[in-house]
Design a protein around this ligand. Structure first.
Ligand code: BES
Ligand code: MN
Ligand code: ZN
Length: 517
């Protein structure tokens, strides 16, 4: 996709359509005001007719046969006072899908005046959202949906009343492109059905990306896992003929510095539940159970391109969970890499089992902070629905810094507690831990289970079960959303920035709840 910046107006812009955002207060300013004048008041007419009010997600197409731009698409941005730059990603996605499905290949997008103080961010979000909007989920059909072929995206800074800094615009375009492509890398991996996205395929895709963008790559096979004592990950893999992999991607942005952040993602390429078999309803969606892993791989690919000054490792334990003849059974006891024994109460609580060994391995590789992300519990969907992911941590300062950045990335995270009661709940009568407890606080007992494997390292667990894929969206194709790529990349960038400044916030080694490391 060709991305350029212009200060043209509808009478001079070379594009199939110009997208102009409007707020729901009916006030026209900046590029919208200019467009309205050139359209002889057509935008004001649409708003005053009540056809649309400017609410978030509303669209209305105006044909302008006398102008160079033949179409103007008005898109609602909602309440002006609640505007935040990340909203522009969804707005751009909605516009690209609306126009792209109608065959337009060249789209211009006017920056709202509200974005002028955050040009870099605004541009990054627009480009990211536009790129995410182009992906289609019908690649396995003989006759695919009409593809969205966006060839040119023009960012219009033509408000006329204010100037934009060229460098900020360019940086925003570059970052948005990298992020949008990474989001799509994760989504395309997740969209690929489990027969074409086995642990072996996942590792191969990670290796491809590592070669393309210059990351270190390793994939542990089951023999190496056995040598390392990863009985928990191997326990899950037993029921399947597809061998498990532990994928490791390495980015060295600050060689010689011993600080290293580990991103760990659940890469369960298909979760049938195992012997504790899931009901058939919606079981097919469990091909998405590798979304956390795909997110980590994609985030590392973006980090390799953005080059923040910080060391990052990505770890993806990848396996199937099937009820084969050698499958682990309820009642079995597994031994993880750190020697802890786990009573398997429910073979469907497999995510925490594969993550357990990956978290141990992250520490072995020298991680000084860990963020894991996983479609871990159905209880998360009950708690927060599809509106936000849960964030659970052993370190208050760390999670506070993370939330501040992640909630401005276009994704949403909500902090949930890690009380001692949850730790008590995951104790077993006959082993150190049990992998499943009763129904209460299912997402938090899962987090308490994981905590046993991070030891004292500052750690955040992200449960993305409700946000990794969606049924309905105007800004993106149905299916995988790319969560948590945006938040992981934004946090890593911010961590590198604040450390370079030697400032506080994300710069301080996390450590309020935990002291020793
Ligand atoms: N992958 C599922 C969680 C999940 C459920 C993600 C629905 C997305 C949508 C996970 O492996 C699982 O099965 N969890 C169990 C845990 C229980 C057995 C303790 C669950 O949530 O039911
Ligand atoms: Mn499961
Ligand atoms: Zn699962």
């Amino acid at each position: 996709m060709n991305i350029r910046v212009s200060s043209g107006t509808p009478s001079s812009l070379d594009a199939g359509a110009l997208v102009v955002p409007v707020f729901d207060d009916g006030k026209l300013d900046g590029a919208t005001e200019v467009a309205d004048k050139e359209l002889s008041g057509a935008i004001a007419d649409v708003l005053s007719s009540g056809e649309i009010k400017g609410k978030t997600g509303e669209v209305s197409l105006i044909h302008a046969k006398d102008l160079k731009v033949k179409r103007v698409l008005i898109v609602g941005l909602g309440d002006r006072k609640k505007f935040e730059p990340q909203m522009l990603a969804k707005t751009a996605g909605t516009a690209v899908r609306y126009l792209g499905k109608r065959g337009l290949r060249s789209i211009a997008f006017a920056l709202p005046i509200e974005a002028q103080h955050h040009v870099r961010e605004a541009v990054s979000f627009i480009v990211e959202g536009a790129i995410a909007g182009t992906i289609d989920s019908t690649t396995y059909r003989s006759e695919q949906d009409k593809p969205i072929l966006l060839e040119t995206l023009t960012l219009v800074t033509s408000a006329g009343t204010h100037s934009y800094e060229q460098k900020a615009l360019e940086e925003g375009v570059e970052r948005g492109r990298i992020l949008g492509e990474a989001v799509n890398v994760a989504r395309l991996m997740a969209l690929t059905p489990a027969n074409d996205m086995t642990p072996t395929h996942m590792a191969a895709r990670a290796e491809e990306l590592a070669k393309e963008f210059g990351l270190g790559f390793d994939a542990l096979d089951e023999d190496r896992m056995r040598e390392l004592g990863m009985g928990s990950l191997l326990g899950v893999s037993r029921g399947s003929d597809e061998p498990a992999k532990l994928i490791v991607l390495t980015y060295e942005g600050d060689p010689g510095n011993s600080e290293k952040i580990a991103l760990v993602g659940k890469g369960l390429t298909f979760d049938s539940g195992g012997i504790s078999l899931k009901p058939a309803d919606n079981m097919h969606e469990m091909k998405y159970d590798m979304s956390g892993g795909a997110g980590v791989i994609a985030a590392l690919s973006a980090i390799a391109r953005l080059k923040p000054k910080i060391n990052v490792i990505g770890l993806v334990p990848s396996s199937e969970n099937l009820p084969g003849p050698r499958a682990m059974k309820p009642g079995d006891v597994l031994r993880a890499m750190n020697g802890k024994t786990i009573e398997v109460i429910n073979t469907d609580a497999e995510g925490r089992l594969i993550l357990a060994d990956a978290l141990c391995y992250a520490r072995k590789l020298g991680a000084t902070r860990i963020i894991d992300c996983a479609t871990l519990t159905g209880a998360m969907v009950v708690a927060l629905g599809h509106a936000a992911s849960g964030a659970i941590s052993n370190d208050d300062a760390f999670v506070k810094d993370f939330l501040a950045v992640a909630n401005r990335s276009g994704e949403r995270y909500w902090h949930l507690p890690l009380y001692d009661e949850y730790t008590t709940a995951v104790k077993s009568e006959i082993a150190d831990l049990r992998n499943s407890t009763g129904r209460p606080a299912g997402s938090l007992t899962a987090a308490a289970f994981l905590q046993s494997f991070v030891d004292k390292v500052p750690w955040i667990h992200l449960d993305i079960a409700g946000t990794a894929y969606v049924d309905e969206s105007s800004s993106m194709a149905k299916g995988p959303t790319g969560t948590p790529v945006r938040a992981l990349v934004a946090y890593v960038e911010e961590l590198a920035r604040s450390r370079a400044k030697g400032g506080n916030g994300a710069a301080t080694p996390a450590g309020t709840a935990t002291t020793a490391r």
